[in-house]
Every structure is written in C-alpha cells, then in structure tokens.
Design a protein around this ligand. Structure first.
Ligand SMILES: Cc1cc2nc3c(=O)[nH]c(=O)nc-3n(C[C@H](O)[C@H](O)[C@H](O)COP(=O)(O)OP(=O)(O)OC[C@H]3O[C@@H](n4cnc5c(N)ncnc54)[C@H](O)[C@@H]3O)c2cc1C
Length: 399
C-alpha cells in the first residue's frame, strides 16, 4: 500500500494525513473547502492538549479559558476555576493549523469535492469533480454529513443532534453552559480570540429548529450578549447511540472512517475534536503497521468503550431526577456547596474523569459531598438564595 486518499481535511483527516505522510505514504487530502469556519464551539479539553501539545504551543490565535459557569434551567449559577484551561480556536484557524502541518509532513491538499468512492475493485476509485483518481486505500473523514458509505450504514436521526448558533463579534473570558428543563442538550457560550461561539444542541427530532432558535435567542438576551453583526450557523453533530458505537462498521478492506464520519463524539458533552484527532491518529498507526482491521479494537481500548457508557447514561443526565430535582440543577447546586463535587466536575471538564469510573467515584464520595453540602447550606455566612435572578451575577464563594 502506497497511495492513500483522505476525503475531508478537518481535524480527523488532517492529523491522519500528517501521521501517514510522516511514515512515508503518499497522501492526498481532498476537502471541498480546506480551512473554513466549520460551525463549532472550538473548545479543546486538557486531554486533547496533553496528547497534542502543539495545539497549545502553536503561534496561531486562540483563547485560553480558565473559568466556567454552569447555569441550571431554574437560573441557579455556579462559577468555578478549572484545574486545566480549555483552549478555544476559531475552526478556520484550527483547520488551517492542522492542514499546514499535514502539508509540511508531505501531504498534498486539494480543494475539491469528492462525489463518489468505489471500493469494489483492487484499487479505490474516487470521483473528484468529474475526474477519476485512484488510490490503494481511502480514509473517509468527511464529517457528520458524510454521504460516502462503502459497505456501512449512514448515521440516522437517532445518532445525531441538531445545533444552531451565532458567531458574535464580542469578547468574553468565561465559558457558560446552560441546561434546559427536560431537554437533551444544552446552550453554550465559548469565547474565541476575537468573537464568541454561542449555540444550542439537542437530539434530532425532539425539538424543532424554531424552538431551538427561541431558546438560543432567550439565552443571548439573558446573558446580555450583543447580537449586532452576529452570524447564524447550523450543523449536525453525531450523538451516537450505544449500539452504533458498538456495532457500526467503520473499516473495510481498503477503506476506513475517522472522526465525525465514524461517530467518535461524546454523546453527553458533544466533544468531538479530541476524538476526531485521536481516531485519525490511531487509524494512521494501524495503517502504518499494515493492520487497519485492528483499528476498531484500538479505538475501543482508547475511548469508544467509554463513549458507549456515556451513550447509555446520556438521557438520565439530562432528564433524570435526584432528590426531587433535575440532575442538572442538583449538579449546579452541588458545585456551589461541595468542594469535593467541584473537584469531580473539574476533572470531567479536563477529560481526566472517565464515564466508566464516574459512578464508583460518585458513590465513594457521596458521604463527603452530602456532609459538605449540609454544612455549607446550614452555614448562614455561606448560604445564599440561589433561585432569585438578582443573585445571578454573584458567584457563590465556597472557599
Ligand atoms: C455547533 C457545534 C459545536 C461543536 N463544539 C465543539 C467543541 O467546542 N469542542 C469539541 O471538541 N467538539 C465540538 N464539536 C464537534 C466537532 O466540531 C467535530 O467533532 C469535529 O469537527 C469533527 O472533525 P472531523 O474532522 O471528523 O470532521 P469535520 O470537522 O466536519 O471535517 C470534515 C471535512 O470534510 C470535508 N468534506 C465533507 N464532505 C466532503 C466531500 N464529499 N469532498 C471533499 N470534502 C468533504 C468538509 O469540508 C470538512 O472540512 C461541535 C460541533 C458542532 C456542530
């Protein structure tokens, strides 16, 4: 195997290409837009930065955010410092950085749309703007809307979320996340170098785009985000069901999928950048070792077993109740009143807390959390009414 074609020059395709070209393969990346402002928050967690330190060290413009605020559907707020910052890029910048690295490693980047992929013959045949191109292997990293499906199924509505948002030309220094009542999704505001990405995500089919727009516009007003010059965006995001993560075919004889095309997205948080990079990386390693068939197993060992666990609990997280209130509301309250719980949320934000060990940790520290909550709640110096909107501006100090 010598020639590899990659369809899609987003994080998954670009990193896969860079790794393959570094191993001596002749790699061509086809992307209909190359570096572009793909609708996205652009947030990279600590686990992404730890695995790919160039994302922090690069001279490309980015925003480093250390403070986050969670807002419950009833308006409770909890602001906290993260133990590792989140690094936020505009996607045009991030894609440009990754493609530059791929080209520097030896890839050829072609700005063209691939309209067909035929993997039935000895060599792969791609139709690129009316011309046939051949390769020995094709990596499909063409995102959530991927239509190129050799011998596998498309992601259905049950595996997807709808997103809607604004790029707003204003500056901020904190990440905000707001939950809604009995709603599988959330609103966010992610500050970038010179603008904000504000948006909402929800399971496909559970909400109409008009409802999403209403929630989004209400959030923008509540958070006093100026909308002059704001640009509206919309995109789909994989939110795979457990059975899709476990059973969907993502590799064949001469093809494999990576990133959103392979549905490597956290079904609770919607984090996809780290998994796109990591899947592209793992696929490149498997190909360089002549063992593409081992790629799904390596993906599973690295993270997809954890994502499968997340898919099983996602509904409960957003719609479940705990001691008479929504889990998301209790989460915001506990963040204010329990330092042990705050440490746990910090670890979730940095990506160092896996879903599979979360239950054990929650049970293990339940006693401490309840004791801290009771102590804090009963202490009048620490206690503040948290449901009154006038208190929203003031974070509760639990130090
Ligand atoms: C609104 C929104 C907010 C998000 N926020 C975050 C976040 O803050 N943090 C996070 O970690 N993740 C976030 N995600 C998820 C993240 O954007 C994706 O997981 C990530 O972009 C996946 O990378 P990828 O390379 O697999 O696909 P993409 O980034 O979608 O790249 C696919 C590329 O393929 C190209 N392409 C597609 N079809 C063809 C074709 N036929 N021919 C040629 N080129 C083609 C496209 O032009 C595109 O450049 C968000 C997603 C959405 C929708």
């Amino acid at each position: 195997m010598k020639d590899i074609a990659i369809v899609g020059g987003g994080p998954a395709g670009a990193l896969c290409g860079e790794r393959l070209a570094s191993c001596g393969f002749k790699v061509t990346i086809f992307d209909e837009r190359l570096a572009w402002e793909k609708p996205c928050g652009g947030g990279l967690t600590h686990k992404a930065i730890e695995t790919y330190p160039f994302l922090l060290d690069s001279p490309y413009p980015k925003k480093i955010i250390r403070t986050a605020e969670l807002i419950s559907s009833r308006g409770h707020r909890a602001r906290f410092e993260m133990n590792h910052p989140i690094v936020i890029y505009a996607r045009k910048v991030l894609n440009g950085l990754l493609l530059d690295r791929a080209v520097a490693a030896g890839c050829t980047a072609v700005c063209s749309r691939v309209t067909n992929v035929n993997t039935n013959g000895e060599r792969v045949r791609l139709m690129v703007e009316g011309e046939e191109r051949v390769s020995d292997f094709v990596v499909l990293a063409s995102g959530a809307r991927n239509q190129l499906l050799p011998d596998t199924t498309a992601l259905g509505a049950d595996d997807l979320e709808m997103t809607l948002g604004y790029f707003v030309p204003t500056e901020e220094n904190i990440i905000k996340i707001k939950f809604l009542k009995e709603f599988e999704g959330y609103l966010w505001s992610f500050p970038r170098a010179d603008h904000l990405s504000v948006g909402i995500c929800a399971r496909m089919g559970q909400t109409t785009s008009q409802q999403l727009r209403r929630h989004l516009d209400a959030f923008v007003v509540e958070e006093k985000i100026p909308t002059a010059g704001a640009q509206l965006y919309s995109h789909v995001l994989p939110s795979p069901q457990a059975k899709t993560i476990r059973g969907r075919r993502i590799v064949g004889n001469n093809w494999a999928m990576a990133g959103d095309a392979a549905a490597t997205v956290d079904p609770i948080t919607g984090e996809g950048l780290y998994y796109a990079l990591r899947s592209g990386d793992l696929l490149a390693h498997a190909l360089a070792q002549g063992a593409p068939q081992e790629y799904p197993e390596r993906l599973r060992a690295a993270f997809s077993a954890d994502l499968e666990f997340a898919a099983n609990i996602a509904k409960k997280v957003f719609r479940g109740n705990f001691v008479g209130g929504a889990i998301t509301t209790r989460m915001v309250q506990l963040l204010n009143y329990s330092p042990a719980f705050r440490d746990l949320v910090r670890d979730i934000f940095s990506g160092s807390q896996s879903y599979r060990t979360l239950k054990r940790r929650l049970w293990g520290q339940l006693g401490i959390t309840v004791a801290e909550f009771t102590h804090s709640f009963l202490d009048p110096r620490r206690r503040r009414p948290i449901s009154s909107p006038s208190e929203h501006e003031t974070p509760i100090d639990t130090r």
